[in-house]
Design a protein around this ligand. Structure first.
Ligand SMILES: Nc1nc2c([nH]c(=O)n2[C@@H]2O[C@H](COP(=O)(O)OP(=O)(O)OP(=O)(O)O)[C@@H](O)[C@H]2O)c(=O)[nH]1
Ligand SMILES: [Mg+2]
Length: 139
């Protein structure tokens, strides 16, 4: 039964640069779903807000500093996964400090919205593709 599954809260970022490119990060070796392309972010820890969790994760994963006021809610994913139920708010971020660096050895790419289909993503992320194409269709 779906309701008996653990709820996993994950906060994720859609970083968009001045040329309207989107940042995708590759899940590092040894993590579940290794090799898939995702939006940077991670699990919300007990007592943390989604915004705090995301600014923490962005520093831990990409070495950048984003301010909570620069996180703009975009959408969320609620998906029944095999071992848990995923609830993932996604924020658009266009402003941050620092140079992006894959601190966990992960690859990352700046891509056009039209290229999203070419990067294998975790299944819960798939509904984000048409939403991002619609958002960035005039680029
Ligand atoms: N960050 C991120 N996680 C996603 C996305 N889509 C998706 O299904 N997830 C799932 O969300 C869960 C948590 O993500 P995560 O592995 O980034 O968590 P984390 O950074 O806290 O890592 P850790 O638990 O190894 O410390 C994973 O099961 C992951 O597959 C996405 O676009 N971005
Ligand atoms: Mg992560």
């Amino acid at each position: 039964m779906t309701s008996s599954k653990k709820l996993v809260l994950v906060s994720a970022a859609i970083l968009i640069d001045e040329q309207q490119n989107i940042l995708l990060a590759q899940r590092p070796k040894g993590k579940p779903q290794e090799g898939l392309w995702e939006f940077p972010g991670g699990k919300i820890e007990p007592g943390e807000s989604p915004e705090k969790a995301l600014t923490r994760e962005l520093f831990e994963e990409l070495n950048i500093i984003a301010q909570e006021k620069d996180l703009s809610p975009f959408t969320f994913i609620s998906e029944d996964c095999e071992r848990f139920h995923l609830l993932m708010p996604l924020y658009i971020i266009k402003k941050w400090k620092g140079t992006i660096e894959g601190k966990e050895g992960q690859e990352f790419r700046w891509i056009r919205a039209s290229e999203l289909d070419s990067y294998p993503m975790p299944k819960p992320d798939l509904p984000l593709i048409p939403k991002l194409k619609a958002l960035l269709q005039f680029d």
